[in-house]
Design a protein around this ligand. Structure first.
Ligand code: GTP
Ligand code: MG
Length: 485
């Protein structure tokens, strides 16, 4: 029988939203699409807890109770701390017997407040009606279930497990982080077999349109395709959480595709970290092509190039007219440049192709002349190419994939692909260490005590920035020696 879920969402105003459903995935999509449980000031942000019930009545009864719970009790539930829930319940025994108070926007249609439901206690939730809670109920049982779902679940179960795993990995809570690390470590032996393709370009160049046709083309060839996006700007603008899914209409509903929008909060480093981890989850689940899309803002191209096997830069046909606009650094990252929308103006597309190719030669990215000796290197080393296509009219996708395949074959044979991944893993480790150290530094009490004064001193020009930095570093973890005179 289909289970019923009770779930707790953390909202943008830090309150918790409790609901029940028999289709958790759909309900989460509805929450994201703002169809339900959504007000201007209160947006569900994160799935914090879910429990599975055998009967609808059991789910509703438990939901009613949770809605009447204090914040502390809800947080104990999220932490899987049943002892604490019981302790809190005992301390408020009198209140517990009363009808749970529903706040106006927490109401759920069809809930009968009959005596039976009112009497239902948390204990009964444990005695069989609550079948399972995961992954938030701490411990290895949940982790194992999740791992099994990702590696061996049937299509629907696997999809749910992937979503849950990624949600867990995106959580900023310390205990979730620990569970996430455990899960990733267990998944790692199952990763690495996919080809990781990065695609970047200015907004509107046609990335999503292209990924839709490319994804369907690859699925027709027997591949399974995961699409992840990195968009650090979404945390500023509030994000087009499901915007890209709607532009990948067929792909997003295809059972052999998995699309995950960009994490909607955090710095580029944080967003990139979560995307990288989501990529590993998808690989372990058997997606053999992982596409990471990014809009070309800030350093996001570098972040994507640093986590993929091949980096593709999409350009508009008029890009050649304004080469200044193309950042040299980004050009250097590109293994392949694609001129999209060639259908609009074939001549402009040809011009752009020639101009970008010659600019890449100027940058020294492609050999100038193809002498005998250089021609030989074309079989053993990859030289970035420039091609044209029309995503909208599905033209040039086969030529694109032929270039990708050639890249993959050449770079696998000459060892560059393996080297790139090794380099990326180590670079990633150091990047995370840097970020971790910085965070620990900022959280250090001695540092935060000293920081405002030193910031003011540097701003007013009283002491040099480098001196202030040295003092702060020395102050960390009680290492302070001499106070500033
Ligand atoms: N004529 C033409 N239009 C295209 C082509 N590819 C995409 N478009 C159109 O360009 C517009 C933007 O396409 P998207 O795929 O959303 O672009 P994007 O790069 O994903 O944009 P962001 O997600 O905003 O960064 C849409 O209206 C597409 O229909 C193409 O090859 N030819
Ligand atoms: Mg897009």
């Amino acid at each position: 029988m289909r289970p019923f879920f009770v779930y707790l969402l953390r909202c943008s105003d830090s309150s918790y939203y409790c609901g029940h459903t028999d289709n958790l995935e759909l309900r989460m999509q509805q929450h994201q699409a703002a169809d339900t449980g959504y007000t201007a000031t209160r947006k569900p942000v994160e799935l914090m807890w879910q429990g599975e019930f055998e009967t609808r009545e059991g789910a509703i009864a438990f939901e009613q109770q949770v809605k009447g719970w204090s914040r502390a009790k809800k947080e104990a539930l999220i932490a899987g701390n049943w002892d604490k829930i019981q302790a809190l319940a005992k301390s408020k025994k009198a209140i517990r017997r009363e009808l749970p108070v529903l706040s106006s926007d927490e109401g759920v249609e069809g809930v009968e407040s009959d005596a039976r439901l009112r009497q239902a206690s948390f204990d009964s939730a444990q005695d069989g009606r609550l079948r399972r809670t995961q992954p938030e109920r701490a411990g290895t049982v949940a982790g194992a279930a999740l791992l099994h779902g990702i590696l061996h679940g049937d299509a629907a179960a696997q999809r749910r497990a992937i979503a849950k795993a990624i949600t867990l990995l995106e959580s900023t809570r310390g205990d979730h982080r620990a569970q996430g690390d455990e899960l990733l470590t267990a998944l790692l032996p199952h990763t690495g077999k996919a080809f990781r393709l990065g695609i970047s370009g200015v907004p509107g160049v046609g990335k999503s349109t292209f990924i839709e046709v490319l994804g369907l083309y690859l699925i027709a060839q027997g591949h399974r395709v995961a699409v992840l996006t990195i968009d650090p700007s979404s945390s500023v603008s509030g994000g087009s959480i499901l915007g890209d899914k709607t532009r990948m209409e067929q792909l997003s509903v295809h059972e052999r595709a998995y699309i995950r929008p960009s994490p909607s909060s955090g710095t580029l480093g944080g967003v990139a970290e979560k995307t990288r981890e989501a990529m590993l989850v998808c690989e372990a689940a058997g997606y053999d092509i992982v596409i990471v899309e990014t809009v070309g803002v800030g350093q996001s191209e570098t972040a994507v190039a640093n986590m993929t096997d091949m980096f593709v830069l999409m350009q508009l046909p008029n890009a050649g007219d304004d080469l200044q606009a193309i950042k040299k650094g980004v050009m250097e990252l590109a293994d392949l440049v694609v001129i999209n929308k060639a259908d609009i103006d074939a001549d402009a597309a040809m011009r752009a192709q020639a101009q970008i190719a010659s600019a890449m030669r100027l940058f020294g990215l492609v050999n100038n002349a193809m002498g005998q000796a250089q021609a030989a290197t074309y079989d053993t080393f990859w030289h970035p190419q420039v091609i044209q296509l029309s995503a909208l009219h599905n033209q040039g996708v086969d030529a694109f994939w032929a270039a990708v395949t050639q890249f993959r074959n050449i770079q696998t044979a000459n060892g560059r692909l393996a080297e790139r991944r090794r380099h990326q893993s180590l670079a990633w480790m150091w990047e995370r260490i840097d970020a971790g150290l910085k965070q620990a530094f900022r959280q250090d009490p001695a540092v935060s005590a000293l920081l405002p004064t030193l910031v003011a001193d540097v701003e007013s020009g009283r002491i040099p920035a480098s001196t202030a930095a040295r003092h702060l570093l020395a102050a960390q973890s009680g290492r302070a020696t001499t106070a500033i005179k």
